[in-house]
Design a protein around this ligand. Structure first.
Ligand SMILES: NC(=O)C1=CN([C@@H]2O[C@H](COP(=O)(O)OP(=O)(O)OC[C@H]3O[C@@H](n4cnc5c(N)ncnc54)[C@H](O)[C@@H]3O)[C@@H](O)[C@H]2O)C=CC1
Ligand SMILES: O=C(O)C1=N[C@H](C(=O)O)C[C@H](O)C1
Length: 270
């Protein structure tokens, strides 16, 4: 067997950070060489095992991402847009693989990631699961087969702690449906209806977000016509699906060179 990929996890104490740690520890293809947390976090300076209330692991928790990125071949980053942009500037310098699951980026943020991807191998997706990436393809195909008589609505539901809406997945699905229909999403998007909104605009793609409890992530793409309705649905019940996808992306990134890749490329769906 070849050498294991040296991976770092950013934002280790988060919902996804914890899931990623266990996924990497279970892998025989990757070594977890360190993790980070945000400045001031009480895990910094401790061994990860100790921080998690487990036996020592020999995996340090860093406060300065640079100290870890210089040692890593790949980093996996499910943090915040601000933190991910700062990490991207460092992975560009280090010519490192940067797997980005973070959502909530502005167009300007994406342009900054495109710039970093001239040097780093960035693999980014609003959803790293196989199921959602397959659903994205299906949404594009159905949108291409139907005309404007079918209204496209995307409904997503997530846990009460989620800070961005629409979800990254909803936007991926919206982009796919828009591509299938041959339109630009930005100019054909209806978000956050409230009050006397007027009738629905033909050809637009609508987004609605539900937030509550511990919902892991649910997405419906609805094609509503006169007298019939098609609903494409994905339900995530375990965050492990995202962590497995992220690890797969990091391993896929080996030897790829600089670029801004999607999960569809990793899964052979592009
Ligand atoms: N693409 C995908 O498949 C998925 C994407 N996500 C996205 O991942 C992101 C994180 O989600 P959760 O884990 O639920 O959030 P969370 O809030 O539980 O975790 C984020 C972690 O990042 C840490 N963090 C913040 N700033 C940091 C910094 N400067 N340096 C290091 N760590 C920092 C926080 O302290 C926290 O531990 C969100 O944007 C979410 O939408 C979540 C699940 C799947
Ligand atoms: O914040 C989450 O939890 C999730 N975020 C991603 C998104 O914004 O779509 C992926 C998944 O749905 C969980």
């Amino acid at each position: 067997m070849g050498e294991k990929l040296k991976i770092a996890v950013m934002g280790a104490s988060g919902r996804m950070g914890r899931m990623l740690i266990d996924t990497i520890l279970d892998s025989d293809k990757a070594d977890l060489i360190g993790v980070t947390e945000r400045p001031g976090h009480d895990w910094i300076g401790h061994d990860l095992g100790e921080a998690l209330g487990r036996p020592p692991m020999g995996v340090p928790v860093y406060g300065d991402p640079l100290d870890l990125i210089v040692k890593a071949q790949a980093i996996i980053d499910f943090t915040t847009p601000e933190a991910t942009l700062a990490h991207a500037a460092l992975t560009a310098q280090a010519r490192c693989i940067h797997v980005i699951g973070t959502t909530g980026f502005s167009d300007q943020d994406i342009a900054a990631l495109d710039a970093a991807a001239r040097h780093a191998t960035i693999i980014r997706a609003g959803n790293m699961s196989l199921g959602v990436n397959l659903l994205t393809r299906l949404a594009q195909q159905v949108a291409a087969a139907l005309d404007e008589d079918f209204d496209i609505e995307i409904v997503e539901a997530h846990h009460k702690h989620k800070v961005d809406a629409p979800s990254g997945t909803a936007l991926m699905l919206g982009e796919a449906a828009a591509a299938g229909r041959g339109i630009e999403l930005a100019s054909h998007s209806d978000r956050g209806r409230d009050g006397i909104t007027g009738a629905r605009t033909d050809g637009h793609i609508g987004f609605s977000a539900i937030r509550g409890g511990d919902i892991v992530g649910e997405h419906d793409v609805i094609f509503a016509g006169a007298g019939e309705r098609i609903v494409l649905r994905h339900v995530a019940s375990d965050r492990a699906i995202f962590a497995r996808g992220a690890l797969k992306a990091a391993l896929w990134g080996q030897g790829k060179g600089p670029g801004h890749f999607s999960m569809a490329s990793v899964l052979g769906l592009a």
